[in-house]
Design a protein around this ligand. Structure first.
Ligand code: UDP
Ligand code: MG
Length: 323
């Protein structure tokens, strides 16, 4: 037997959506050189084209024509990054699979470090961004709050700053592929799986080119889309209404308490008990509306899981070099 056949396989999975500006630069000048450096392994690069509507697919197809290690898994439309990652993980054959963004924000130079941790026995190696150095104050606060809330709400598994730049061993990939749920956040699920986790801190870079896909326009379109297609949207609308009602009546309530009872009515308004009761009841109605919207959210997730629709659809015509 040749020495080659003993080499283990590393799969690199890259979710890509509308990255025509930077994708060739990223692959040719960053990812491929980094991957070619790890010569003790065979490798495959799975580019998951998540329904790009620009020239991305044509550009990566040209690359794959010249390089058989590059495989293209083309989804039939935009399913979102989570589904794209799931598709890539399903198709990856490697003994270890590394997932990395296509925009250069996650440095491929660190890949050997991830592999080293895996060689030392880690089943999952997660890239953690030192986000406190890069982001503005609001974002810092936002992400701190996000993780606090996540923990409070029962997810004890996710380390703050965890990203989708990670290595997952075959063992964990197989378990991940067996998970049935549809509303998946890859990160959270992989953390939930457990196993032996290690972390590598890195500096989250700036995008090489193009714009992040999750911009306001896309989010708004998504909201409008779901308004038409999802039956719980009216309830979500009521939820937001509830939030506004609660907020406004809360402020009004505080105003009454401070103005009338603490300061002794300097404005001479004197709002009687009936008014106070009305404000209080309005406040409670807001809370009821919010709770309904949250319940609707759970029900819609249950609904999606009972439908048992596939997570993604492969477009075989556009895919390349897959067996
Ligand atoms: N992406 C994707 N499908 C989408 C949106 C994004 O596959 O619907 C890819 C995108 O091309 C990039 C990665 O997911 O490789 C991260 O996306 P982005 O940079 O927009 O997000 P952020 O860096 O803000 O997390
Ligand atoms: Mg990005």
């Amino acid at each position: 037997m040749s020495l080659l056949s003993h080499k283990k396989l590393i799969s690199i999975v890259v979710p890509i959506h509308n990255e025509e500006e930077g994708i060739v630069d990223f692959l040719s000048n960053k990812l491929l050189p980094a991957v070619n450096n790890i010569d003790s392994y065979k490798n495959e690069i799975i580019l998951v084209d998540d329904g790009s509507t620009d020239n991305t697919l044509a550009k990566i197809t040209t690359l794959a024509d010249d390089n058989k290690e590059i495989k293209i898994l083309a989804l039939s439309r935009n399913f979102g990054k989570e589904a794209a990652l799931s598709a890539g993980l399903q198709y990856a054959k490697g003994d270890a699979v590394i997932t990395i963004d296509a925009d250069g924000q996650q440095p491929p130079e660190l890949i050997p470090k991830f592999i080293k941790k895996w060689e030392e026995g880690a089943d999952i190696v997660t890239g953690v961004r030192d986000h406190y150095t890069k982001h503005g104050f609001i974002q810092k606060l936002g992400s701190k709050l996000f993780y606090k809330l996540l923990r409070k709400m029962g997810n004890k598994y996710t380390v703050p700053g965890s990203t989708d730049f990670r290595l997952i061993s075959r063992l964990v990939v197989d378990e991940f592929n067996n998970l049935p749920e549809h509303n998946r956040i890859t990160r959270g699920l992989i953390d939930w799986l457990g196993f032996n986790q290690e972390y590598i801190e890195y500096t989250y870079g700036v995008r090489m080119a193009g714009r992040p896909s999750y911009n306001m326009k896309k989010l708004t379109r998504l909201a409008l889309d779901s308004f038409v297609s999802m039956s719980n949207t009216p309830l979500m609308f009521l939820g937001w209404l509830g939030a506004i009602i609660t907020l406004l009546s809360g402020i009004l309530g505080l105003f009454i308490i401070i103005q009338q009872y603490i300061l002794g009515d300097p404005l001479g308004l004197y709002w009687n008990g009936a008014v106070q009761m009305t404000v209080f009841i309005t406040f409670l109605i807001g809370i009821v509306l919010i709770s309904q919207a949250i319940t609707a959210q759970y029900i819609s997730h249950i609904h999606a899981d009972t439908q048992d629709r596939p997570l993604y659809i492969i477009n075989k015509k556009n895919s390349k070099n897959l067996k």
